[in-house]
Write a protein that binds this ligand. Structure first.
Ligand code: DC
Length: 233
C-alpha cells in the first residue's frame, strides 16, 4: 500500500522499541526515518569528548558556543556522523546513555537539535521518533503514536541489545538507568515527555513487530479512508 505523504511522529519511554518500529515503517511504506534521540546522543558524545560535562552531570556553559561548530548529520540514511566520523556505535554505549538525559534537558541543546531535525525533514514523508516529536517538533504531524511497554520488558530489550553489541551489562543497572531516564525525560522543564492528546497509544509489551506493523497500517488506512482501498494505491 502506498501511504499518503504524511509525517508520522512516534514518542514514548526509553527502549519501547520506537526506533525499530519507526525503521520498519520507513522500510515498509517508503518513508525517511529520522532518529531524534541519536542527535541528543551525538551532542552528549561531543560534550564528553570536549570535557564539557563532568561525571556528576554538571554541564559547562561553554557547550552553547561550542555547538555552533558541531556538524551532526545522518549519512547514509540513518547512520549518525560527527563531521567525517561515523559515531553510530559510540552513541549507543552505556557511557553516553548515562549522561544523555541531562544534556537533552538543556534548552539550547534542544534548540540545536530541533533546528536540524526540521532541516532534515524538509522534504516530507518522514517518520521520526523521540520524546517530544508529536508535542513540540511536529505538533501538526498527521499520525502521532505514543509507545509504552512494561519497564522489565523494556530493560530486557535494552540488555539484549547491549549484549549483542559485545557489552557486558548488569540487568539491574540497565533497569535503573532506564527508569532514571524516564523520570528526567518526563520531569524536565523544556519539552518534557508527555503523551500528545491526539496520539494513539501503542503498548507493545506483548506484541510482535509484525503485529505492530499491522496495527499502524490499520490506523493509517482508517484515518485516511483507505479501509477498502486495494493493496497498491
Ligand atoms: O531514544 P533514545 O534513548 O536514543 O534517546 C536518548 C535520550 O535523548 C533520551 O534519554 C531522551 C532524549 N530525547 C529527547 O529528550 N527528545 C527526543 N526527541 C529524543 C530523545
Amino acid at each position: 500500500m502506498r501511504f499518503p505523504d504524511i509525517t508520522i511522529a512516534i514518542d514514548g519511554y526509553s527502549s519501547t522499541g520506537k526506533s525499530t518500529f519507526a525503521r520498519l515503517i520507513a522500510e515498509h511504506f517508503d518513508f525517511l526515518y529520522l532518529d531524534s534521540g541519536a542527535m541528543y546522543r551525538g551532542v552528549t558524545l561531543f560534550a564528553q569528548e570536549q570535557g564539557l560535562i563532568a561525571p556528576d552531570n554538571t554541564i559547562d556553559p561553554a557547550l552553547e558556543k561550542a555547538l555552533a561548530g558541531l556538524d551532526l548529520h545522518f549519512a547514509p540514511g540513518t547512520v549518525l556522523y560527527m563531521g567525517e566520523r561515523n559515531i553510530e556505535k559510540q552513541i549507543r554505549s552505556m557511557e553516553v546513555s548515562s549522561q544523555v538525559s541531562p544534556i537533552a534537558a538543556v534548552p539550547y541543546v534542544r534548540h540545536y537539535v530541533d533546528e536540524r531535525l526540521h532541516a532534515f525533514a524538509a522534504a516530507g514523508r518522514v517518520v521520526m521518533d523521540g520524546r517530544d516529536i508529536g508535542t513540540t517538533v511536529f505538533p501538526d504531524a498527521e499520525i502521532k503514536i505514543f509507545m509504552t511497554a512494561r519497564p522489565e520488558v523494556r530493560a530486557q530489550r535494552r540488555f539484549d541489545e547491549l549484549v549483542s553489541k559485545g557489552e557486558s551489562p548488569v540487568f539491574e543497572e540497565v533497569l535503573r538507568n532506564l527508569q532514571e531516564r524516564d523520570y528526567i525525560d518526563s520531569h524536565r522543564e523544556t519539552s518534557p515527555l508527555r503523551r500528545a492528546e491526539d496520539s494513539f497509544e501503542l503498548n507493545n509489551s506483548e506484541m510482535s513487530l509484525t503485529e505492530e506493523i499491522a496495527w499502524v497500517e490499520g490506523l493509517i488506512r482508517g484515518k485516511f479512508g483507505l479501509l477498502n482501498a486495494p493493496e497498491e494505491v
